[in-house]
Ligand binder design. Structure first.
Ligand code: ADP
Length: 544
């Protein structure tokens, strides 16, 4: 028996067509890369973007790009990158966003593994592209995302100018229709161990994820919003925002390369930004800037923070000092990336602010479309009591099954193991305890490095903190706290440890504190625990 409903495929091109038709005069504002440190923005509308995306798709066809072929990008959040998202996927090819913060060898590995046909780059990355070009034999041409006047003087084979390519083409095109399971975009996980692995999203997974992200208990986006994605378009599609904003008809504001506090604050104010999203490290910079300059936000209402655990002190500061609501979120590249978001339920609204805060620091509830469970070592489901913790497993239509070019499915009994350890409470709020490889195993019990880090950064003298397990003759591992002090601040080892008293079980107390100038980060802004463990491998704890 057949249903009565139309069989219209879920295609990415439909998002931009919708935005251009029904929100045609809504703006996309981008801080330009060409202007360097000068404050200059480029401004156009969804209707303009659609025309240029069609020109871009026509240009790609003229270059010989075929369905399914990959086009690499090394670019910031900006209108040309946005056009590549739609022009490339819209024509049936695959946009492969590359994280420029990876080591050059990793970038070369990724671009070769993906078999990128062309590599599009912002001017910032011209020197990097020149260095990489000899190790990218498969790339047929390098497209500088700029106009003729700003073309970089670099020595790479077949250097092309983005604006020249577009201006040679018509803006007329009927987007091709194809199966919704056709691949649309490709991201590689940072791979702190081993080679990066590719996650190939489809038109279908992207569209369903878009509905999920836009929904009220998730990002809650509408045509009344002005969205500034600080989260980069080179990292899991800026959490889907280039798609979600188009679906919602929200104004987009893109910061380009200027991610410092002063630049961001100016953009927030001048463009009337209402909502934003990013990882904790970026917000740390912005918060420090606005605080030390006695500034406020006039339109900014809400920000989504995720990618690594958002310290409770950051949520508190945003809400108390600036009236900006923080919504904690969790996800990963393998999940497109959204998994959970932390918004209170009706029954929580009558709780005291302190009780609400205890919920808001969790990573949140599953967005419709994501199934979650926690299991023990034997794969047995654990209770949702907020106490039992186990391996967090997920499944759903926007979650990876098989990594790109891998022979076998990555699933275990139909579920994807996230590598995170978590609790789930009776109301369904999930809280990450740790990444399974970062959890500290002390005398057969587990200590959460995230909990200890969250407490340390709440101290007014602490800028950033990381906790790792260090070998201990009696307990296997004990926690070592590594701290970066705020500029000009002073704090002793004893004061630091005293700050933990009463906040944790006694046996969770770090065995020692080390002060350093900076901590190592991954290309996506997370603490690089493998490097920290390596650096402190032979560290002699005073308790050993
Ligand atoms: P990578 O940065 O390695 O490319 P992802 O960005 O996909 O990978 O990282 C996903 C991981 O980041 C999750 O599995 C989890 O460990 C961590 N993570 C993401 N959001 C949060 C959060 N809100 N709290 C704690 N950890 C988080």
């Amino acid at each position: 028996m057949l249903s009565s409903m139309m069989q219209r495929p879920l295609l990415i091109s439909s998002l931009l067509e919708h935005a251009a038709h029904w929100h045609g005069d809504t703006e996309i504002v981008s801080r330009t890369v060409e202007s360097g440190t000068d404050y200059q923005v480029h401004r156009y509308t969804y209707a303009d973007a659609l025309r240029r995306c069609k020109q871009l798709a026509n240009a790609m066809s003229r270059l010989g790009v075929k369905r399914g072929e990959r086009i690499g990008t090394l670019a910031w959040n900006g209108y040309r990158h946005f056009e590549l998202y739609y022009g490339v996927s819209g024509m049936g090819a695959v946009i492969h966003t590359i994280n420029p913060r990876l080591f050059p060898e990793q970038i070369a590995y990724i671009a070769n593994h993906a078999e990128d046909q062309y590599l599009c780059f912002d001017l910032t990355f011209a020197p990097l592209v020149e260095k990489l070009a000899p190790s990218l034999p498969g790339v047929k041409g390098f497209i500088a995302m700029t106009d003729r006047a700003h073309m970089p003087a670099i020595n790479v084979p077949n250097l092309l100018c983005y604006e020249d390519l577009l201006s040679a083409e018509s803006d007329q095109l009927v987007w091709p229709a194809f199966d919704e399971t056709t691949p649309s975009s490709l991201c590689y996980t940072s791979g702190t161990t081993g080679n990066p692995k590719g996650v190939m999203y489809s038109h279908r997974s992207t569209l369903i994820h878009t509905y999920g992200v836009m929904s009220p208990d998730a990002f809650c986006l509408s045509s009344r919003d002005v969205v500034l994605p600080v989260v980069p378009m080179f990292h899991v599609n800026a959490w889907g925002l280039p798609y979600v904003c188009a679906a919602a008809g929200a104004k987009m504001v893109m910061p380009g390369a200027a991610l410092d506090g002063a630049s961001l604050h100016r953009l927030f104010e001048e463009e009337g930004v209402t909502m934003s999203a990013g990882v904790p490290t970026v917000w740390m910079g912005l918060l420090n800037y606005v605080k030390s300059n006695n500034l406020k936000f006039s339109t900014f209402k809400e920000t989504v923070i995720g990618g690594s655990a958002c310290p409770p002190a950051m949520i508190e500061s945003f809400e108390r000092d600036f009236g900006v609501t923080v919504v904690h979120a969790w996800g990963m590249s393998e999940m497109s990336p959204l998994g959970t978001m932390c918004r209170l339920k009706a029954k929580h609204l009558k709780l005291s602010p302190t009780e609400q805060f205890a919920i808001k620091i969790k990573q949140g509830r599953a967005v419709f479309g994501v199934e979650l469970k926690i299991v023990d070592g034997d794969g047995k489901a654990l209770p949702h009591d907020g106490k039992a913790f186990g391996d967090l497993m997920v499944r759903g239509p926007w979650i990876v099954d098989q990594y790109f070019k891998e022979e076998r499915s990555a699933l275990r009994d139909g579920w994807f193991a996230t590598g995170d350890v978590a609790t789930i409470d009776a109301d369904g709020f999930m809280q990450i305890t740790d990444r399974s490889k970062d959890v500290i195993k002390s005398g057969g019990e587990w200590i959460s490095s995230i909990d200890l880090e969250n407490i340390a950064v709440a101290h007014p003298s602490v800028m950033e903190a990381g906790v790792i397990g260090v070998a201990h003759p009696k307990w296997d591992e004990r926690p070592l706290l590594i701290v970066v002090k705020k500029q000009g601040a002073e704090i002793s080892r004893e004061e630091m440890l005293k700050f933990f008293e009463g906040k944790i079980a006694k046996w969770w107390m770090p065995d020692d504190v080390v002060f350093v100038d900076q901590l190592p980060h991954t290309a996506t802004g997370k603490l690089l625990k493998t490097k920290m463990r390596e650096e402190f491998k032979g560290y002699k704890l005073p308790t050993a």
